[in-house]
Every structure is written in C-alpha cells, then in structure tokens.
Write a protein that binds this ligand. Structure first.
Ligand code: 4NP
Length: 147
C-alpha cells in the first residue's frame, strides 16, 4: 500500500487490509514515495479513525518505498495517480509495472483516487477510511477465495 507520506492513507490501507486477511497467508505492508516522515508514527487523525473502527495502527512506522519492494510484493496498490507515476518511474521491467495499480480500481469503477486528507480540516480521514475499506474488502474477498 503506497501513498506520498506513508502517514495518512497507506497506513490506514495497511491496517484495514491486515484486518481482513490471514497473516500467515498474506503479507501486507505500506510505504511512501516521499521520505519526509521516515520512522514516524501515522498521523494522529489516521490513528484515531482506525481506532474508531477497531483497528490499531499506532505501532506502524513510516518507511520510504524501495525498488526492492518490486521483488518483495506481488501487488503494489497506490492511492493516487501521482503515486502511480512515481512508482512506475522506479520500475525496471514490464513485470514490475504490471504489479502497480490504483487501489480504487479494484472496485471496477475506473481510475478513481483516494484523495490526500493531510490538509483536510473536516471529515477527510473518515471519508478516505471508507473508500479504502471498500477496496480492501474486495481485495480480501479475492485473496480469500484463492488457495
Ligand atoms: P499521505 O498524506 O500521502 O496520505 O501520507 C501526506 C502526508 C504528508 C505529506 C503529504 C501527504 N507531506 O507533504 O508532509
């Protein structure tokens, strides 16, 4: 799960998807394309909205996406088109590029983005929680029917 800062959206996506899949079967992680917050906890507003829905993300720590992640992961879900371009620019091979997908595309409604809630003063975190949750339910259903 990838966003820009790895403190707002992708920590939520990591926590939400982890909550829906068996850890011994599916490894879920998150990272940011930017390195501004490396080593820090998620934004308190992400921690709070996750907590509201029974998901604990406070022990996550921000890391920057690495090209080694193309080897490590089967799928790389990005929150917006800017993240998509940043990750595609790091890909060496066509196989790497094929792994990268906009998260909300799993809902089959075209190339919608999870908006960056960082500067949002209203209910942005609540909104992105539900967008991410819906997409993660779809991913988890697909994974859980694969053996
Ligand atoms: P995120 O949100 O990409 O969802 O983690 C952001 C957090 C911080 C910044 C940008 C986006 N920032 O520029 O500090």
């Amino acid at each position: 799960m990838v966003c820009l800062g790895n403190i707002c959206r992708s920590p939520l996506a990591e926590g939400i998807l982890k909550n829906k899949v068996a850890p011994e079967k599916v490894f879920v992680d998150s990272a940011g394309t930017g390195g501004y917050h490396i080593g820090l906890k998620p934004d308190s507003r992400s921690i709070d909205v996750a907590q509201k829905y029974g998901i604990d993300i406070k022990d996550q720590r921000c890391r920057k996406f690495s090209i080694a992640d193309f080897e490590e992961f089967d799928m790389i879900y990005v929150m917006d088109k800017s993240n998509y371009q940043n990750i595609i620019n790091l890909a060496y091979t066509e196989a790497d590029k094929q792994k990268v997908q906009l998260l909300l595309e799993v809902l089959g409604e075209g190339s919608k983005e999870v908006p960056d809630p960082y500067h949002d003063k209203a209910d942005g975190f609540e909104k992105v929680f539900h967008m991410i949750d819906e997409a993660c339910t779809s991913i988890a259903n697909d994974l859980n029917t694969q053996e």
